[in-house]
Design a binder for this molecule. Structure first.
Ligand SMILES: C[S@@+](CC[C@H](N)C(=O)[O-])C[C@H]1O[C@@H](n2cnc3c(N)ncnc32)[C@H](O)[C@@H]1O
Length: 270
């Protein structure tokens, strides 16, 4: 089966029984690379520890910045119809529901969605949002169904970013927003050590993606000269001065050039 070729896949194979999703991924017409981000997040232990590992301690600064980026890109969200693709544990879905958006969170992993449902219940918004399982490559919605569609921390997993962004554009009438991890940045230094690596993008590649999907770039911002991995690894009080310096550096052209993350805000042409 395609998913046992690398160590991560082997780990998944060795430590878990065969699940329906694995069979689906094998027999479905899915490129073997495309399963890496899918199968990893199927695991309950990965889903249960996802937020804690990334967004506690110094990682709070990452969560905060990503939420700001989403809100900046979407503008006022009350009553807006919004789709979050690859919503994971629903960090943004729940935030948007709290602000009055009519929001759907979609993800391929039932384990991640379950974390999202718990979060929505805890926040008292379980009745005003929906979570559904689905594949970003084939969004189960008609054309122009949403005002805005976005995906965070997803394009680095994408085997077919062109296909994914075209699907996002197809179901959106106004806005498509996503982030990328950048090739010419500190991210590339430790990328090899990550369990499933990441697809890194140059600014040119990201712009070509946007234009290729028939979208217009409305705005781009760049951040995190100090990579996520550092923030995740240190307590908040250590991370704080680094974040301050990072933000200051990020306001310069040089900081933009070497930032490890970019946020791409694209509009659907009239
Ligand atoms: C790094 S997590 C990001 C989750 C969330 N967007 C966040 O920022 O916290 C990547 C997510 O992409 C989901 N995913 C991977 N491939 C997918 C696909 N083809 N369709 C939908 N979701 C997918 C995974 O299940 C996982 O929840």
């Amino acid at each position: 089966m395609p998913y046992i070729r690398n160590p991560v896949r082997k780990r998944v194979r060795d430590s878990t029984p065969l699940r329906p999703i694995h069979i689906l991924l094998y027999f479905g017409e899915v490129d073997s690379n495309s399963v890496k981000g899918q199968e990893w997040y199927q695991e309950n232990d990965v889903a249960e520890t996802y937020d804690d590992k990334r967004f506690s301690d110094g990682g709070r600064f990452i969560d905060q910045r990503e939420k700001e980026a989403v809100l900046d890109a979407l503008g006022p969200v009350e009553d807006k119809r919004i789709l979050e693709v690859a919503c994971g544990t629903g960090r943004f879905t729940v935030m948007l529901a709290n602000r009055g958006a009519d929001v759907v969170g979609m993800d391929i992993s039932e384990a991640m969605l379950e974390q999202g449902r718990q979060k929505a219940r805890a926040a008292g918004v379980a009745d005003v949002l929906s979570f559904m399982q689905g594949d970003a490559g084939r969004l189960p919605f008609p054309d122009d169904h949403f005002d805005a569609v976005f995906a965070m921390r997803f394009f680095h997993l994408a085997p077919d970013p062109e296909g994914f962004i075209k699907e996002m554009r197809r179901v959106s009438t106004e806005r498509v927003f996503f982030d990328t991890f950048n090739r010419y940045s500190t991210r590339s230094i430790y990328n090899w050590a990550l369990p499933m690596g990441s697809r890194l993008y140059s600014g040119r590649e990201a712009r070509e993606l946007i234009v290729g999907a028939g979208l217009e770039l409305a705005d781009a911002s760049h951040d995190f000269v100090v990579p996520y991995g550092f923030y995740r690894a240190v307590p908040e009080w250590v991370a704080r001065p680094f974040r301050r310096a990072d933000t200051t550096l990020g306001r310069t052209l040089f900081g933009d050039r070497i930032a490890s993350v970019s946020y791409w805000n694209a509009r659907v042409p009239e």
